[in-house]
Design a protein around this ligand. Structure first.
Ligand code: HEM
Ligand code: HEM
Length: 196
């Protein structure tokens, strides 16, 4: 019983993600919802408006540091998820809904590792690993600026896919709570009351 994983919840038990899974979820969600606008805003400032002041530099350093933290949080989270599983599906959902949710969740796991890894690779190729003038991220490639441009194009494409997946994900969670009134949202927020 002590070693039972979430995946093996018994009928009648609450279908709720563990406290650790919820901490991972909300920490990464908050950081990513901060990183996306920060990334687009700093790119606009530097590349569209050619503003290279202290604010732009601080935005780049913050983006690199927080993105690096998201990468390692996601690696730890993936290991936790693969070893502990997830609660079984909310009853009453159609097979296609469960499949769509799984595809979105696993797509986000892949993107939230690939996109920060791409950012790290991009700054390694560019030779811009400095963070706040305090330390440098370790290099994972030799400097090759033309290649960094390609990597940053992919980084941007990956970030746009994250925006789309997160929009569908949040839309789905709100649809389940406010329209269907089922228990999906309370799996990640057990303190809120189900609507029925
Ligand atoms: C979850 C993690 C991350 C997200 C969601 C994210 C998102 C973004 C976004 C939306 C942009 C703007 C794209 C554009 O308009 O061109 C961007 C640019 C950038 N990101 Fe990230 N990023 C992440 C992690 C990282 C990491 C870990 C690094 C480096 C260590 C990094 C380095 C950069 C750099 C240098 C740019 C600017 C590229 C340029 O000026 O062309 N990012 N990122
Ligand atoms: C207001 C914002 C959000 C809400 C209300 C929300 C809600 C939820 C809920 C209810 C679940 C459980 C779904 C189920 O069991 O079928 C979940 C899972 C998940 N969410 Fe979110 N979420 C939010 C933001 C985000 C963001 C920004 C990300 C990614 C950056 C994200 C990534 C994930 C992932 C990867 C899972 C699957 C967890 C697993 O099975 O290990 N969520 N979310």
């Amino acid at each position: 019983m002590a070693n039972r994983t979430n995946e093996q919840t018994l009928p009648g038990e609450p279908l709720v993600y563990s406290a650790t899974a919820r901490k991972f979820h909300w920490a990464v969600a908050a950081l990513v919802l901060f990183m996306l606008p920060l990334g687009f805003a700093m790119d606009n400032r530097a590349n569209d408006r050619n503003i290279f002041d202290g604010i732009t530099e601080a935005m780049y350093s913050t983006h690199k540091l927080v993105g690096f933290i998201v990468l390692w949080l996601m690696v730890a989270r993936l290991i936790y998820r693969l070893s502990h599983g997830a609660p079984r599906a909310e009853p009453g959902l159609a097979t296609w809904q469960i499949a769509a949710a799984h595809a979105t969740h696993w797509g986000l796991y892949v993107l939230l590792i690939a996109v920060p890894l791409g950012g790290w690779l991009g700054v390694s190729f560019y030779g811009a690993r400095d963070v706040f003038g305090l330390f440098s991220l370790p290099p994972i490639s030799p400097v090759n600026q033309p290649l960094s441009e390609t990597v940053f194009k992919l980084h941007k494409a990956g970030a746009i896919l994250i925006v789309l997946a997160v929009a569908a994900h949040i839309g789905g969670a709100l649809y389940h709570h406010f329209i269907r009134g089922d228990g999906v949202l309370s799996r990640m927020l057990p303190n809120i009351r189900r609507k029925n």
